[in-house]
Design a protein around this ligand. Sequence first.
Ligand SMILES: Nc1nc2c(ncn2[C@@H]2O[C@H](COP(=O)(O)OP(=O)(O)OP(=O)(O)O)[C@@H](O)[C@H]2O)c(=O)[nH]1
Ligand SMILES: [Mg+2]
Length: 448
Amino acid sequence: MNDSEDDVTRGAAALLVVPEWHGQRLSRDLDARAEEAKGLALAIGLDVVAVHTLRLRQTRAATLIGVGQIEAIKPDVVESAAQLVIVDAALTAIQQRNLETEFGTKVIDRTGLILEIFGERAATAEGRLQVELAHLDYQAGRLVRSWTHLERQRGGFGFLGGPGETQIEADRRMIRNRMARIRRQLDDARRTRQLQRSKRQRAPWPVIALVGYTNAGKSTFFNRLTGSDVMAEDMLFATLDPTMREIRLPGIDKAILSDTVGFVSDLPTELVAAFRATLEEVTTADLIVHVRDIAHPDSDAQYDDVRAILDSLGVNGPQETDGKHREGEDDPRTVPQIEIWNKIDTADADARARIEEMAARRGDVAVLSAVTGEGVEAARTLMASQLTARHRVERIFLTFDQGEAMAWLHARGEVLGDVAGDEGHVLTVRLDPADRARFERLWPQGNG
Ligand SMILES: Nc1nc2c(ncn2[C@@H]2O[C@H](COP(=O)(O)OP(=O)(O)OP(=O)(O)O)[C@@H](O)[C@H]2O)c(=O)[nH]1
Ligand SMILES: [Mg+2]
């Protein structure tokens, strides 16, 4: 095995292998997949010097890809002076090791790559713990020498140079202990966050969460709406930790807009939990805005990936077979959703006409360009109308000393009437059913 892997860092030359085999991710275009994988590599500063897309008739247990294909790639590894080979698939520990021997370089798979990015991007203490946990989980299954942020951080676990049994056992124990400690720390962090969130729920402002596939343009749209300057780049996973800002919408004085981590297909299972925790904000949002790169060749496949994650978060409500949004759904866990079909400026005239026609048939879609600003006003109006669409008119009695509840109702709903009696007010308020329930929790009616 090659011994130079510790030098593999940012700027390293990488050769990318994108295999495809029957029954796997057929919804995606192989070239688009190669582009995405390149984007992932770029996101941690690797320099992709060569790309090999492969069609496999069957996968090989020892190396995933075929012997002939390995032989075909080998000379290119040498010629391109690649220090690293990235395989855009999930490799077993054995496959990874065998390929490293064949190529004489480090080999990482898609999971390893995404873990690297998350490791580099996680900015909060909790985010870092989650990523480390995912990384340890991944490591535990493959106690071989490997290139990981963990090693870079802690100077290695001693996987170097084919460790003996005892060394591996010791490493395993160390990993288990560390994982247990992280889980405890994460539990603490989660409790703190829940506390903070329940405080925030008292705040009367509606929360809008932007979600979407990585690079769809969430941060660009966010910046346009908020006039702020969140990192928006042609880079996958530019945003990892959620960012929140106040915005104004037509008829809504104040709402909180939250930018979130981008989704990606085949998210490593080890990372799904970390990913979900990052997205917890989304589950308590008043409106989910799904930002899509509508001109991307894999736009539909990306849509399905995002919907699947939203399903797993439980925000899509009871599932219908056609996967369409439900109209007038009252399940309190269901968060209303709209779609932003972004990057319309990059579509050619024909595609644009088709896209606009499709959007016109739906009441929950806004077509726009976050870069040129075209369509953004209409999107703001759509967001505002969706926030108020489910509202019902309610009558609520408040005693004179319930000033805080009164202010909450004024901010959160639309007060249509206020009749003062001997003991208090009877307010006629247009309110979202979810807010009605929230109000009931905050100020239970009947005790005051
Ligand atoms: N042409 C065009 N480019 C856009 C548009 N919106 C965003 N982009 C570009 O797409 C790239 C990604 O934009 P971001 O806003 O960072 O995307 P994101 O969804 O926040 O990505 P992650 O944070 O990585 O998940 C950037 O290069 C943007 O300039 C658009 O409407 N038109
Ligand atoms: Mg972003």
